[in-house]
Design a protein around this ligand. Structure first.
Ligand code: NAX
Length: 328
């Protein structure tokens, strides 16, 4: 039998965790032939609830689930992990300013970055879902100096999937006909979902849609504000779709993007497309053998340039704020 792949999930007793753990345990990420060992991190008061979730995992009798370890000590839970999905984060509470939010999350992601640096497996990949995801990833990355920077990414795959779904609905195509979607920038309302390089059934998506007003006034805001629309409708934030996107992102990272397509991942900028080096910014990427590379050579018109720069400006502000707080 194969050695289990060790996958850490933080915030495992939360909403996203309740969907993510069952997908991971049932083989959605690694397939039916690779056993998975789940390493689940929570804060102390949530451990009892997490025990209940583990009872349910047991009760599924998943053939691929090799074992589960839970705890509140990052150095124990991250020991030897090959993949760390950092989902747990501090939500914005009533009366909390943005600085308070960055500080509270800074404490979490500095500690987790240091713990990963110390005990994770040498092949570790780290995906950050917890918000503010890009900046949390930047904090963890900066606090893990021995882990290559390329091993960190923040989740914009949910935005990417939302954009595919909206474009499919608009064009009447199936989601599988849509390729080369791109989310640029921050996982926030400033993100730029770009269909100028996307394809529908092999044809340019923007030309197929041929409706600039729809792109500007409908498509972009619908994708960028989808999280708020879900909260409005459901009474709580996206959970199952966020878990599904977390799996899609990790799957493509580990096993490669399909030929003729790419994915959106927020990764450390190397200066491509004029995005300041070192920012965790969402780019179109192809992946192979567990490594990503930014798709090069896309033509960027003025419309796209302005939006790519606006979301970069927000990330620069967030970076400067956490620098000021001494977190990076
Ligand atoms: P929940 O509040 O349901 O769960 C978060 C869990 O994290 C809680 O159980 C909490 O105890 C735990 N936690 C807090 N601090 C921790 C720490 N230091 N170590 C370990 N666990 C810790 O939130 P949920 O709905 O599951 O969302 C989790 C995060 O995902 C939030 O930050 C949310 O904003 C973010 N999201 C990100 C998305 C993305 O596309 N990047 C979309 C969905 C979601 O909004």
């Amino acid at each position: 039998s194969t050695t289990p792949v060790k996958v850490a999930v933080t915030g495992a007793a939360g909403q996203i965790g309740y969907s993510l753990l069952f997908r991971l345990a049932s083989g959605s990420l690694l397939g039916p032939d690779t056993p998975i060992q789940l390493q689940l991190l929570e804060i102390t008061p949530a451990l009892k609830a997490l025990e209940g979730v583990v009872m349910e995992l047991d009760d599924c009798a998943f053939p691929t689930l090799a074992g589960v370890e839970i705890g509140d000590d990052a150095e124990k839970i991250f020991d030897g992990v090959n993949l760390a999905l950092l989902v747990g984060a501090r939500p914005r509470g009533p009366g909390m300013e943005r600085g308070d939010l960055l500080e509270a999350n800074g404490a979490i992601f500095t500690a987790q970055g240091k713990a990963l640096n110390k005990v994770a497996a040498s092949d570790v990949r780290i995906g950050v879902t917890g918000n503010p995801a890009n900046t949390n990833a930047l904090i963890a990355m900066t606090n893990a100096p021995d882990i290559p920077k390329e091993r960190f990414s923040a989740l914009t795959r949910l935005d990417h999937n939302r954009a595919i779904s909206q474009l499919a609905a608009k064009t009447g195509a199936s989601v599988t006909d849509i390729k080369k979607m791109t989310i640029w920038g921050n996982h926030s309302a400033t993100q730029y979902p770009d269909i100028f390089h996307a394809e529908v059934g092999g044809k340019n998506a923007a030309e197929t849609v041929n409706d600039q007003a729809w792109i500007e006034n409908d498509f972009i805001p619908t994708v960028a504000k989808r999280g708020a629309a879900i909260i409005e409708a459901r009474g709580s934030s996206s959970a199952a779709s966020a878990a599904s996107a977390t799996i899609d992102a990790a799957h493509d990272w580990l096993f490669g993007t399909p030929e003729g397509d790419w994915a959106s991942m927020a990764v450390v900028s190397d200066g491509s497309y004029g995005i300041p080096e070192g920012l965790i910014y969402s780019f179109p990427v192809t992946t192979t053998g567990g490594d990503w590379s930014i798709v090069q050579g896309l033509e960027i018109d003025d419309f796209s340039r302005a939006r790519m720069d606006a979301t970069a400006a927000e990330l620069i502000e967030e970076r400067d704020a956490v620098k000021e707080l001494g977190l990076i």
